[in-house]
Design a binder for this molecule. Structure first.
Ligand SMILES: [Zn+2]
Ligand SMILES: [Zn+2]
Length: 384
């Protein structure tokens, strides 16, 4: 950043928070600002446009990128297998699959909502060809698509990292694949060792299973395959799509000019993918903004999470509190849940509140919920 002649110049992509800080400073001093960014957040970009900032997206040749899909929904298609065979002698193949992929819930990757019970709003759970409600015990046949928009529903069953590893080792028994995630390697030395050893070509396949860990500094990759990025959209978090767009953009920009980026997806028709392939951030931005307006997502609405304890008593206490914040006529919020933990560690029963008016919701929480909060009960605010 160069501060001279009343001008900030950001000449390389900055982390979003740093960009926000630069914008804040520029605004305070009434300076002009040029922003270069790969894929800013939707809320930030909206703000920049409203302020009339000059926005230029950095221009750099991106690697070849394409989608691969399979009507039979196999993980490793023939096309992928032969691509792997072709690149294996060069080693340094990066495979990415978010390990979040194990949950009985069904999601609409377009509306970014789980399939909910019509009676009580509880997320339905898939059991083979049926779905059932853990709250009212209701059960119905697996619906074909999202009741709101008709998009085929996203199931997270059987697509985890274990299945991929198994397929890789049966196809390429002599090729070592190392897993790489915060959990599998821990912090510090071992993590570095795995990456360095991969970088030196001592084993050919690196399996990134935690997209929070983004090994963007790896070099001379011969192939990048991102499996089922739609899993990242299986969350009502409105930032999920911008995170995915930014991940895809960063991957395409990795120092790997010769390495194609292949996206294996069961949802080739998601607009996000065609926008990414066409390098059309503006298209992504305006469609996403429209969707958020329609669905009432951030920055048009805010989310708040009521989170309880992972005990039978905890769930009861949480439900009692949720009862108190159930919207009455005219209350500007929606109560979704309960989302019950499915045996996963670190997950707690929770409700999600969606509101157009965080102030009114906060006031109601103070008046209706806080006075009857049992000791030890926590609720957290998401994106206030
Ligand atoms: Zn129900
Ligand atoms: Zn939908």
């Amino acid at each position: 950043m160069d501060q001279g002649a009343g001008k900030f110049l950001l000449d390389k992509p900055l982390p979003v928070d740093l960009t926000a800080a630069a914008l804040f400073m520029a605004e305070k001093r009434s300076l002009s600002l040029r922003v270069f960014s790969l894929a800013p957040s939707i809320a930030l970009y909206k703000e920049w446009l409203e302020k009339g900032w000059e926005i230029r997206r950095s221009e750099r040749p991106a690697v070849g990128k394409r989608l691969i899909t399979d009507p039979k929904k196999r993980t490793l298609t023939k096309e992928l297998t032969s691509l792997l065979e072709e690149r294996l002698p060069e080693r340094r193949i990066l495979l990415l699959l978010n390990r979040v992929a194990s949950s009985p819930l069904l999601y609409c990757p377009q509306c970014r909502r789980p399939l909910l019970c019509e009676r009580d709003g509880t997320p339905l759970q898939q059991e083979e060809e049926r779905v059932s409600c853990p709250q009212c015990q209701g059960s119905l046949p697996l619906p074909e698509g999202c009741p709101r928009c008709g998009t085929p529903l996203l199931s997270l069953r059987g697509k985890g990292i274990a299945a991929l590893k198994h397929k890789l080792s049966s196809l390429f028994p002599d090729q070592r694949a190392e897993e790489y995630s915060r959990k599998s390697v821990g912090r510090g030395k071992r993590e570095e060792e795995v990456l360095e050893s991969f970088q030196r070509g001592e084993f050919p396949l690196l399996l990134g299973t935690d997209l929070a860990v983004r090994p963007f500094h790896l070099q001379n990759l011969s192939l990048i395959i991102l499996f089922y990025p739609e899993f990242d959209l299986s969350s009502p978090d409105p930032a999920a799509s911008e995170r995915l767009f930014s991940l895809l953009t960063s991957l395409a920009w990795m120092k790997a000019e010769s390495a194609p980026l292949v996206i294996k997806t069961d949802f080739p028709d998601l607009p996000l993918f065609s926008e990414f392939l066409a390098d059309d951030f503006e298209g992504f931005f305006s469609r996403e903004l429209e969707l958020r307006k329609k669905m009432g997502y951030f920055p048009f609405r805010r989310f708040l999470t009521l989170q309880g304890e992972e005990t039978p008593g905890g769930i009861r206490k949480l439900k009692a509190l949720a009862e108190k914040i159930k919207p009455h006529e005219g209350d500007p919020w929606e109560l979704l849940g309960p989302f019950l933990p499915s045996g996963k560690k670190g997950l707690f029963p929770r409700f999600t509140l969606v509101t157009t008016s965080p102030e009114a919701l906060w006031k109601a929480i103070h008046e209706r919920v806080l006075p009857s909060t049992p000791p030890g009960f926590r609720f957290t605010v998401d994106r206030a």
